[in-house]
Ligand binder design. Structure first.
Ligand code: DQA
Length: 141
């Protein structure tokens, strides 16, 4: 089983970036733990700060992965292109947010992704990625 994890802008700074909101673990540390927990899953990982590169990655993995775990970060709230892409690809996409976007500024309550995603997990920290992987695995079996 192949699962792609795609992270949007500024998520390369996890661990240093606003740790009170996003925690103090880097994504690399967390990702190592996730891979160790699911040794039978082939994980692909992509992070970009550039909207079009995220669309390209969604198109690429959308045809080959069994599922995609996507945190579009700030593009969640602005990107019609990412929403359209999710609707266009085959693989189910689970939208993940580390923070509870509904408990923050009003502009974070709008998502161009949620209506196109298979589901959304938010506010559970990095554990949201694990829960999304567990769900995709469960669905596949
Ligand atoms: C985020 C929430 C977004 O509003 C924000 O722009 C991010 C991260 C999250 O994981 O909580 O960069 O997607």
């Amino acid at each position: 089983m192949t699962i792609a994890i795609i992270n949007g802008p500024n998520l390369n700074l996890l661990g240093q970036r606003e740790p009170g909101i996003y925690g103090s673990d880097s994504f690399e540390t967390f990702f190592g733990q996730l891979k160790a927990r699911y040794p039978d899953i082939n994980f692909e990982y992509f992070q970009s700060n550039v909207e079009g590169e995220l669309v390209n990655a969604l198109q690429k993995f959308g045809g080959v992965a069994d599922g995609i775990v996507l945190n579009p970060a700030a593009y969640t709230h602005t990107s019609v292109a990412i929403g359209d892409c999710i609707a266009a690809i085959k693989a189910p996409v689970i939208e993940v947010h580390i923070s509870n976007v509904h408990a923050r500024e009003d502009f974070r309550k709008l998502s161009h992704v949620s209506a196109k995603a298979a589901g959304t997990i938010c506010g559970l920290g990095l554990d949201g990625y694990r829960l999304a992987v567990a769900h995709l695995l469960e669905k596949k079996q």
